[in-house]
Design a protein around this ligand. Structure first.
Ligand SMILES: *Cc1c(COP(=O)(O)O)cnc(C)c1O
Length: 391
């Protein structure tokens, strides 16, 4: 067997480490690990079978492909250890089910990704687990909502669609004081622009489907744990039989190698487009964490090292047909849900709120700024506004 390349040294810059993440699993000189399609792993002797201590035992218990990806995710997130799941939603559901039991209480941000709300109000409620939604900008005030039976406080920063940046250190402090765990959906910053564990999170989940995969060609979730939460989570992961497909794992690892350069371009182009949108008469406001009027902008400046390509725009009230004409006239911005790929997207949305109120009256748009040239994107939106005015 060939000697393995060294694991990525910790003293190198994050950008350098991302490029080489998982490389120690490459064999025969190949820079990337093989895609192991495997269930059965043979034991060479009866003694080896009884001992069960060889590195690989059974497909679902880990392959060189899954280990390489997990190592890369640990590197991105900076937590203790990580596991991957078949989708972002399964990363959320597996984690909540790992820690919650009948009679427990969970606090969830009102700006949460909507299918998570459906999971809490459906599956968790059916299991006797109560959810309370809280205002995303609550900060230290979360302490008034924590009860003796509160087991998890769930954050997502910035929030889905409405983009509120949360005070994670303040929420972490109150959560830990009460003996509960802080879990965060870290998809927007991809773990690269927000270091969840440095800001007090105990568990960070991502829809790797978005930026880690980065090319809209695979579904994947990641769960990264602190040392304290790892045993409970990894036991539940085993018990529930979670694993992901090898080809999708490979695509996720490949995406991680280019995460830094892609995100840098998403950030620069999204800020250029957001600033242009802010000058338009049709626009009421632009909700982009890097823009000074965005909710939680100061927290973004304090806690994040960058901004990705996803943000929202509130338009001044207009007729439904005018909005549809705007959307139908866009050539580069497609209409679709899963963002984080190379291509730009623009979809209308209506925020769902139960703990807070959504006051703006005009239509809301969520934009994902992809890797196209920002001038082309601005020209596309300008054409959209011409269509909006004409109809
Ligand atoms: C897309 C998304 C998810 C769910 O990911 P899937 O891979 O589609 O299941 C979870 N959280 C956020 C913030 C997302 O954008």
């Amino acid at each position: 067997m060939m000697s393995k390349p060294l694991a990525v040294p910790a003293d190198l810059a994050p950008e350098t480490r991302l490029v080489h993440a998982g490389a120690s699993y490459g064999e025969h000189g190949f820079v990337n690990p093989a895609v192991y399609h495997g269930s059965t792993v043979l034991f060479p002797t009866a003694a080896a079978f009884h001992a069960q201590n060889q590195p690989y035992l059974y497909g679902r218990r880990g392959t060189p492909t899954s280990r390489a990806l997990e190592e890369a995710v640990e590197l991105v997130e900076g937590g203790y250890k990580a596991k991957v799941t078949p989708s972002g939603m399964s990363a959320v559901s597996t984690t909540l089910l790992a820690f919650l039991r009948a009679g427990d209480h969970v606090l969830v941000t009102d700006s949460v990704y909507h299918p998570v709300r459906a999971f809490c109000d459906g599956m968790l409620r059916g299991l006797g687990i109560e959810t309370t939604y809280y205002a995303p900008l609550i900060g230290h005030g979360i302490r008034h909502l924590i009860r003796p039976e509160t087991r998890i406080v769930y954050a997502e920063s910035p929030g889905s669609q409405t983009m509120e940046v949360q005070d994670i250190p303040a929420i972490a402090e109150a959560t830990h004081k009460a003996g509960a765990l802080l879990m965060i959906d870290n998809t927007w910053g991809a773990g690269h622009y927000f270091k969840a564990f440095r800001h007090g999170a105990d568990i960070s989940v991502q829809a790797a489907t978005k930026y880690l995969v980065g090319h809209s060609d695979a579904m994947m979730g990641t769960v990264t744990c602190s040392a304290e939460t790892w045993d409970r989570f990894s036991a539940a992961y085993e018990e529930m039989g979670v694993f992901a497909g090898p080809d999708d794992m490979f695509l996720t690892l490949r995406g991680i190698h280019t995460l830094d350069v892609r995100l840098a371009r998403h950030m620069a182009s999204a800020i250029a487009v957001a600033e242009w949108l802010r000058t338009r008469p049709e626009v009421e406001t632009v909700l982009h964490p890097a823009l000074s009027n965005a909710p939680g902008h100061d927290l973004w400046r304090r806690d994040f090292t960058g901004a990705s390509g996803l943000f929202s725009v509130l338009l001044k009230p207009c007729a439904d047909a005018a909005l549809d004409a705007f959307l139908d006239g866009l050539r580069l911005f497609g209409m679709g849900f899963s963002w984080g790929g190379c291509e730009s997207l623009c979809i209308p949305f209506r925020p769902h709120r139960t703990a807070t109120r959504w006051l703006p009256e005009g239509p809301c748009l969520r934009l994902h700024v992809g890797l196209e040239h920002p001038e082309d994107l601005i020209a596309d939106l300008a054409e959209g506004f011409r269509n909006l005015a004409r109809s």
